[in-house]
Design a protein around this ligand. Structure first.
Ligand SMILES: Nc1ncnc2c1ncn2[C@@H]1O[C@H](COP(=O)(O)OP(=O)(O)OP(=O)(O)O)[C@@H](O)[C@H]1O
Ligand SMILES: [Mg+2]
Length: 510
């Protein structure tokens, strides 16, 4: 088997330039990483991080510049070529085959020592060894479709290590992980670093970057701003380098008078995709002028909670009320018309039409309402005007409003969906993980928007795994565990410790 580990002492990218139609994605970027080092790559959405890394992995080819491995200039033709040179990449959207087992996925595309028949025993043994060495717990025999997101990511990492990766690129690996899973990943990364691997780590979470990296490089608008050692770096400094101005990392939260109940769930139960109970007798109310945070480890019913409110999942019991009306039997569109907005967690999948232009996606909910429609016709001027307005307000980085949405960077697609939903001035907003994958400038803006809408009387259900976000914005915090609301804690009494215990299912003693 050709999977013993190669060694990379240094990899250099020198004056790399890469253009797309209308975009200079990388402008003479110089970047390097060494064996035994974690080098973090930071930058706003669309700054050019993924583009730079895709050139290392052979997915794109530089228009100019040079890549050197251990001092030798190389041309990386394709991912196969990258893998042969010891470079692995963990993409944000995983590329595993659902129907196959972990071992089959890992062995896929690898020449087997015994000819065409997969040598699964040997593969499994090697997976066990890698899994032990780096704390990557997975069952080699499990079919991939049964795995949670965090486990799938571990399979991707094992797959890269199995193929002998000496350098591993991780493009926003923690965006999809629970805080606990992220901690586990960091243990793995530190172990890999000790073993001499070179690691490139992309994240929008400055706390993580400061905690784990040896050096930090910041891109802005396709250019390298600077590369700095971790020592002495603060989050505020990094934020300023990324955005080019000071960023508010904390937000002022003023107590407000709350109004009528706009959203109510009464004894709601629902099943998940596999037919098991996902929500059990959930009762909660959200008032006008209030943000109710929902804290919990993902997979405890948050998705189903959002979906029953949006009308995307049937109730197994109880009722949902909008502005005092029982809407339990209403289809999603009718709820939208009644003033409900929904920011789904799986935005790439549920939130947009990839082939549509930016402007078209921005009016997706309004195509049958004036001013976007005029009778049977669409009003193209109104669509373009709305598109330009939202692109500028939400700072969506795109060459034009006619660009196909699929060619935007990941974070800019997220911003597009947020812009569309928040700009409708909803009466009731359900926001699931609203700042996942967006940069700190956009996070600041989205938080401000949520607080503005609260001040204007919107009732917001904020589902987030980010306790910092919940504590910054919520008036009250409901903690969900195994489909039940464990408790609803007023803002003043909410501490990370208290919420953490409830999130683990530990009820409070009297
Ligand atoms: N295949 C492509 N075709 C056209 N434009 C592209 C393509 N890939 C990237 N771009 C553009 O290049 C720029 C840089 O995108 P890139 O994906 O590298 O950003 P990023 O820093 O990874 O952002 P994010 O944090 O949002 O993931 C963006 O303006 C993006 O729209
Ligand atoms: Mg990216």
């Amino acid at each position: 088997m050709s999977n013993e580990r190669r060694k990379i002492n240094s990899l250099e990218m020198i004056k790399i330039t890469k253009r797309f139609p209308g975009v200079l994605a990388n402008d003479q970027v110089t970047f390097d990483v060494k064996g035994g080092e974690i080098h973090a790559l930071l930058g706003e959405n669309g700054a050019g991080k993924s583009t730079l890394m895709r050139q290392l992995y052979g997915l794109y080819h530089p228009d100019a510049g040079e890549i050197r491995i251990d001092g030798q200039a190389v041309t990386i033709q394709s991912p196969t070529d990258a893998i042969a040179r010891g470079i692995g990449m963990i993409h944000q959207h995983f590329m595993l085959v659902d129907e196959l087992t972990v071992a089959e996925n890992v062995a896929l595309g690898m020449p087997s020592s015994r000819g065409p028949v997969l040598d699964l025993d040997r593969v499994e043994a090697r997976i066990q060894a890698l899994s032990q060495a780096y704390g990557l717990h997975v069952n080699p025999k499990a079919p991939v479709w049964t795995l949670a997101v965090g486990e799938r990511q571990r399979v991707e990492i094992i797959k890269a290590l199995y193929r002998g990766a000496a350098l591993l690129i991780l493009d926003e690996p923690t965006a999809v992980l629970t805080p606990q899973e992220a901690d586990d990943l960091f243990v793995t990364l530190k172990q890999m670093k000790e073993d001499g691997h070179a690691l490139i780590f992309i994240s929008h979470k400055l706390r993580e970057v400061v905690a784990i990296s040896d050096r930090i490089s910041v891109l802005r608008g396709g250019r390298l701003v600077d590369t700095v050692p971790n020592q002495g770096v603060t989050r505020a400094m990094l934020a300023r380098m990324m955005v080019g101005r000071d960023v508010l990392l904390e937000r002022a939260h003023k107590a407000l008078e709350t109004g009528v109940v706009r959203l109510a769930l009464r004894g709601v139960s629902a099943l998940n995709v596999t037919g098991q109970a996902a929500l059990r007798n959930v009762t909660l109310e959200v008032h006008a002028g209030e943000i109710l945070g929902v804290a919990g480890v993902s997979g405890n019913g948050q998705r189903e909670l959002a979906e029953v409110i949006a009308g995307l999942r049937p109730l197994a019991g109880g009722s949902v009320e909008l502005d005092g009306r029982n809407v339990s039997a209403w289809p999603p569109g009718k709820r939208t018309d009644a003033g409900l907005a929904y920011i789904p967690e799986e935005r790439m999948h549920d939130g947009i039409v990839q082939e549509f232009s930016v402007a078209q996606n921005l009016v997706l909910q309004d195509y049958d309402h004036p001013p976007i429609s005029r009778g049977l016709f669409l009003n193209f001027n109104a669509i373009a005007a709305r598109g330009r307005e939202l692109v500028s307000a939400f700072n969506i980085r795109t060459p034009s409003i006619d660009t196909p949405t699929r060619s935007l960077s990941g974070g800019n697609i997220q911003k597009l969906i947020l812009a569309r939903e928040l700009s409708r001035n909803p009466k009731v907003l359900v926001a699931a993980q609203p700042t996942r994958g967006v940069d700190i400038g956009a996070t600041e803006y989205i938080h401000q928007r949520l607080l503005e809408q609260r001040a204007q009387g919107a009732a917001t259900l904020l589902i987030s795994e980010d306790l910092d976000e919940i504590l910054a914005l919520a008036d009250r915090i409901a903690v969900i565990y195994e489909g039940r609301i464990m408790d609803i804690v007023p803002r003043k009494q909410a501490t990370a410790e208290r919420l953490g215990l409830l999130m683990a299912g530990v009820a409070e003693k009297e």
